[in-house]
Design a protein around this ligand. Structure first.
Ligand SMILES: [Fe+2]
Ligand SMILES: [Fe+2]
Length: 242
């Protein structure tokens, strides 16, 4: 049993990339996770192409999960230009798709957004020049704003920020440096670092990145893309005690 004083076991996995020819691809894994954790967090790229047929397959496995399932969409879930349909199918199966609204489970708050690209430090794209460049930066700012609002609404002393894109370049190590700016945005870390209650950040997207890093203020960041976790832990998910 979990109280506000005891630790919550948070299982996290990103980049499921469910395809339409998959047969119950996560049924067994979700059963294992249900036995070992209190909540399951999915960090985007839930489907491979954002097809409703792919979402329906994952939805069936989510229905078989006996612990709360929460998470965010990833860029792949937008590929067919129907993220609302994908979100609705997953919601119908019982998953809470975080996006601006935050929730509390077992005394721990969860706020999340997909996030967006934009880069870090000297490589950060600035809102200057052509309208399309400003629009790209505007989207990154908007995702950071939604995350900040979600985190601000929480009244818990412990919380987890759930993302698809990375808030730091530290967990991108292993990826080609030339694509860092497409893998995350420092603006997400700016939002996270405004709050003392964020105890961990989980993200995916960087399949070849590094497991562990931190925001500039020192909040732990975990890249939970399954392709990062599998070789490291021998299983495609991690359980964090929050
Ligand atoms: Fe991915
Ligand atoms: Fe991705």
């Amino acid at each position: 049993m979990t109280t506000s004083e005891s630790k919550l076991r948070v299982a996290a996995i990103g980049d499921l990339h469910v395809m339409e020819d998959s047969v119950a691809p996560y049924r067994e894994l979700f059963a294992e996770i249900s036995a070992n954790a209190d909540v399951l967090v999915l960090c985007g790229d839930l489907t491979n192409f954002g097809k409703t047929s792919e979402a329906e397959i994952l939805a069936e496995d989510i229905r078989a999960c006996s612990i709360p399932v929460i998470g965010v969409l990833g860029n792949h879930d937008y590929e067919c230009d129907q993220p609302d349909e994908v979100r609705a199918i997953l919601h119908e199966a019982g998953m809470t798709v975080l996006d601006e609204q935050a929730i509390e489970i077992g005394g721990v708050g969860f706020a999340g957004v997909k996030g967006f690209l934009g880069g870090f430090g000297r490589g950060e794209l600035a809102p200057f020049g052509e309208p399309l460049v400003k629009a790209v930066v505007g989207e990154a700012m908007n995702e950071a704003r939604k995350l900040e609002n979600g985190l601000r609404s929480l009244r818990t002393t412990r919380s987890v920020a759930v993302l698809h894109y990375s808030p730091t370049e530290q967990t991108l190590e292993g990826e080609p440096f030339a694509i860092y700016q497409y893998l995350g945005s420092a603006r997400l870390a700016d939002a996270i670092d405004r709050f003392d209650h964020v105890k961990a950040v989980v993200h995916g997207h960087a399949h070849h990145g590094k497991y562990q890093g931190a925001t500039p203020r020192g909040t732990p960041v975990y890249n939970v893309a399954q392709f990062v976790l599998q070789p490291l832990f021998g299983k495609p998910y991690v359980v964090l005690e929050i």
